[in-house]
Structure formats: C-alpha cells, structure tokens
Design a protein around this ligand. Sequence first.
Ligand code: AKG
Ligand code: FE2
Length: 280
Amino acid sequence: MSHQTVTAELRRWIVSQSEAGCRTEDLIASMIRSGWSEDIALAAIEAAGAERGQPAATALAAAAMPEPALAGAPTLLRTADRELRVLATLALPRVVVFGGLLADDECDALVELARPRLARSETVDNSTGGSEVNAARTSDGMFFERGETALIERIERRIAELVNWPVERGEGLQVLRYRPGAQYKPHHDFFDPAHPGTAGILRRGGQRVATVVMYLNTPAGGGATTFPEVGLEVQPVKGNAVFFSYERPLASTRTLHGGAPVVDGEKWVATKWLREGVFA
Ligand SMILES: O=C(O)CCC(=O)C(=O)O
Ligand SMILES: [Fe+2]
C-alpha cells in the first residue's frame, strides 16, 4: 500500500464529510473499507485538519480513554478496597501489568462460580454479529452478568476505579479455561469496522477500547499473554492482570495479542472488556 498518497481530492472529501458531521472513527473506517491503508487514512485526516487550520494531532485526538493514574510513577496503587502493584508499563501498545489485582480467594471463587457454566469458547462472527465456535480459540468459556454476585460487583468496581472507567461501560466478566495445548491465537479485541456484522454490535455500547485480563491461577508451564508485534509476553501469575487499551479499532495500536499454548496444567483467566459508551 506504500504507493498510496494523500491526494487533494481525498483531503477535500474528508473536509466535506467532517463538515457534514461524520465522526473521525467512521471516516477512518470508510477509507479503510475503500482500500486505503490505515497509515494513509490517518495521515489524510491530519492533513485535512491542517487545511482547516487545526493544529497537528487535533483532528485525530481521541475521546477520553481508560487509563490508570500513573503520574509520579507509583509502584503501589490503592483502590477503595485493595492495594496492588504496578509491575510493568509500555507506551505502544499501551500496556500496564498489575500485581495482586485479585486476592487468591477471589480467584478461587471466580473459578468455582464459572466451572459449572463452561462451554467451548465462541468468538463473534464478524459477518453476522453472532457467535461461532472458532478453531483459533481452543479454550472453554462463559460470561457473567455485570454485577451478578457481590464478588463480581466488587471486582468490577475495583477495575473501574483502577482504570478510571465507569462500571456501566464494561461488558460482563468472561472466564476462560485453557487445558494443556489450548491457546487463543493472536487477535484484536476491537470489532473490525470493515465487517458487516460490526454495526449491529456497536449499537450496544460502541467499540471496545480496553481489555483487562486477570489470571485466576498460575499454570505450571506456558499460557503467557503475548503481544507478538512487540515481542512482549506477560506471564500468567495468579491474582495479577494485564491491562491494554486501543483508542481506535486499528492495527496501528499494536494490540494484536494472544494466549500462548498452555504447556503444563490448566490456565484460567477472567477478561473484562471496556466499551466507549454505556453497555446495557
Ligand atoms: O488468555 C489470554 O492470555 C488472553 C485472553 C484474550 O485475549 C481475550 O480474552 O480476549
Ligand atoms: Fe483478546
């Protein structure tokens, strides 16, 4: 796609679309659907903004994002009911690794609540917006309702406080169990704007903008959460969690990630996905 350049015609089209009230997100999505590369789409929006006298980066400024309060580089963070550690951070992709987000007994209780409800994991079928069993994801999973039990409500409030994002903008917790050999191949958590089923999914709370994966046990071997574009592997350690965010549904967020095959033992995780709007 390196042959593509930002033409005056493309810039004029962007300006007219923005003046007609089209959101930046939708502009990017429709350019990508028409075959423009992500880089060119972003550059074109910036160039069109500059043409209209907007300072650089204003045209692409994203709305507020989930983000822990890390000013002053704290090693400990306190929420109303828990003290936890900041173990590692990365700027691009935006990743923060937390130690002790969950207590051991909270992990055990989530596993026992989820176990009788497990079924072979499904992923969203992008063409229809429905669910399908996917060979790329060989775990078993289930969803809790938001606030389903007092424990779940407490954990959801803790996460909301930790990443500064209202409980109402979160999906219900998902629990996954990976047996030896099971994995979740690299994927993005946001919904692909180019797929026909996505519009329907977005009606309920908009895009996903961040993910918190909490480790409910420590497998004997394997099972890291991997970010293959940047060579990052987060080891699954009981009670710890990895947070990552993506301000646009674009590969340039570098949030491609997966669950590496479990080598020995089982791996249990709870995933919380955060939406841009209220997920009701
Ligand atoms: O199991 C993992 O480490 C990653 C899980 C994941 O990517 C997801 O639930 O979307
Ligand atoms: Fe994921």
